[in-house]
Ligand binder design. Structure first.
Ligand code: FAD
Ligand code: NAI
Length: 463
């Protein structure tokens, strides 16, 4: 009889966990994955990336019809919102994709253990009252919403991202606490559908972690779209009365308090790793100060046989980062060399226009050494101009001596798709000259990357 029930047991079936389980099975390892949700796919497929993009995509069409963008192209329409149908297509997308993971588990012979897993020792966990053993256990339990002390989420008036995806009617007034990725994406959805949206952000600028120029330009664009911002402002409390909320705010650096009335308040101030109830004390695994599980470059924790990936470990809380770590951890367990280049994880905000970046911001690059920067406005790109999308730019940051590209930042409708090219070029160690002398198809938004690279040498054509 085998010493263990499984070679690999993955806890959590989000993009980190389900990918790790499938890769482990592909590599010939007997694999199980414990998941407590009714469906596979984790935060990303159930209540994150996918449903938010379904609402962003649909509301983008509504907005284009309502705000005159379609009329500008000779299409006169007066849109009528069928919110129930919009939610229906969101639920269809989630159902199709989560069902797809179940199919992939069956195809690859990954056993789904339904229920919450908790460690008994480093090689065994209890799932639904049954003990299961494995030679290797991968913690991929993801993250959940960071609560705001003193603010109770009722998912009706005060909601988190999950509640904000499912609102049964368009709020008259919506206050978003936190001008990060979730606040801007979901704030955009409801603004487009007719809500008056105010974003309250503690810092002086929205989108922390993004390039300074991008943060400024993004704020300008969102303001033009009708989103109001209160930056440098902290929320001191939210009270709910008769189905309405009163949000108390005051300047972060001190000053007069103010109250904002809202029909819906979205709390989106970040996410925290899921480790409660995992029984980490039973295996002697401690968390760092931010509540994360630390690993080495192979995703090994301090406990032999226990590995960790995704939102529960340090690094950006992004699905593609979790997926790449899932592949790498499985390959490492199988004795191969699984590597993730954490310096080149692209970030995308799926608003209109999209905002994307990879590598260093101009501010960080400057701190590290001498740089050259090339910037090209989308107003100079023939395709963006023809499509009536003059906003945004591409910025290429290169090392002043070696010309190696250190960072690329993009604001335009298809920035999320364009950033893949920049990431791949940087992964291959490209210089700005390499990008400038690569033939780009015309007319495409991507030509702006070439022009921004040419601008690093001071020689773009179309400005
Ligand atoms: P998760 O996806 O959180 O999955 C962990 C799973 O583990 C969960 O299903 C949970 O039920 C399960 N679990 C936890 N504890 C246990 C246990 N003890 N036993 C059994 N199961 C357990 N990222 C992007 O890259 N692009 C996007 O567009 C994007 N949009 C987002 C939009 C929203 C609204 C949100 C909230 C997040 C978004 N993210 C996006 C972030 C992305 O969802 C996460 O980075 C990603 O899901 C992390 O993957 P993971 O596998 O680490 O964890
Ligand atoms: P975030 O970290 O992106 O933004 C939170 C914002 O809230 C920050 O700007 C922060 O300064 C602000 N804040 C914190 N406390 C505050 C307070 N008390 N009052 C006012 N503002 C406060 O977190 P968010 O938006 O909740 O998203 C969580 C994670 O989910 C992100 O880190 C991201 O990795 C992931 N995500 C990714 C998406 C994508 O890739 N497109 C989409 C949505 C989420």
């Amino acid at each position: 009889m085998a010493e263990y029930d499984y070679d690999v047991l993955v806890i959590g079936a989000g993009p980190g966990g389900y990918v790790a389980a499938i890769r482990a099975a592909q590599l010939g390892l007997k694999t199980a994955c414990a998941e407590s949700r009714e469906t596979l796919g984790g935060t990303c497929l159930n209540v994150g990336c996918i449903p938010s993009k379904a609402m962003l995509h649909a509301s983008e069409y509504f907005d284009a019809a309502a705000n005159g963008a379609m009329a500008k192209m000779g299409i006169k329409v007066t849109p009528e919102l069928d919110l129930e149908a919009m939610h229906g297509q969101r639920l269809d997308a989630v159902k199709g994709l989560t069902g797809g993971i179940e199919f992939l588990f069956k195809k690859n012979k990954v056993t789904w253990l339904k229920g919450r897993a908790s460690f008994e020792d480093a090689h065994s966990v209890t799932v639904n009252g049954e003990e299961v053993t494995a030679k290797n256990i991968v913690i991929a339990t993801g993250s959940s919403v960071t609560p705001l002390p003193g603010v109770e989420i009722d998912q009706k008036v005060v909601v988190d991202s999950t509640g904000a995806l499912e609102l049964p009617k368009v709020p008259g007034k919506m206050v978003v606490i936190g001008g990060g990725v979730i606040g801007l994406e979901l704030g955009s959805v409801w603004r487009r559908l007719g809500a008056e949206v105010t974003v309250v952000e503690y810092l002086d600028q929205i989108l922390p972690g993004f390039d300074g120029d991008v943060r400024k330009e993004a704020a300008k664009i969102f303001k033009k779209q009708g989103i109001a911002f209160k930056t440098g402002t902290k929320v001191t409390g939210v009270t709910v009365n008769g189905g309405k909320a009163t949000v108390s705010v005051e300047p972060a650096k001190g000053g007069d308090a103010e109250q904002i009335e809202a029909d819906v308040v979205l709390v989106s101030i970040g996410r925290k790793p899921n480790t409660d109830g995992l029984g980490l004390d039973k295996i002697g695994l401690e968390l760092n100060q931010r509540g994360q599980i630390e690993t080495d470059h192979s995703f090994r924790t301090k406990v032999d046989g226990v590995w960790a990936i995704g939102d529960v470990i340090p690094g950006p809380m992004l699905a593609h980062k979790a997926e790449d770590e899932g592949i790498a951890v499985a390959e490492n367990i199988a004795g191969q060399t699984g590597i993730v280049n954490h310096d080149l994880i692209p970030s995308v905000v799926y608003t209109w226009p999209e905002i994307a970046g990879v590598g260093l911001t101009e501010e960080t690059a400057k701190e590290k050494g001498e740089i050259k920067v090339g910037k090209f406005p989308m107003a100079g790109n023939s395709r963006a101009k023809t499509n009536h999308e003059p906003e945004g730019f591409v910025k290429v940051i290169a090392d002043a001596k070696s010309d190696r590209v250190l960072g690329v930042w993009i604001i335009t409708s298809v920035a999320g798709t364009m950033i893949a090219q920049a990431t791949q070029a940087m992964e291959f160690g490209a210089t700005s000259e390499d990008i400038a002398y690569t033939c780009h198809a015309h007319p495409t938004h991507s030509e702006a990357i070439k022009e921004a690279a040419m601008a690093v040498q001071g020689k773009p054509i179309h400005v």
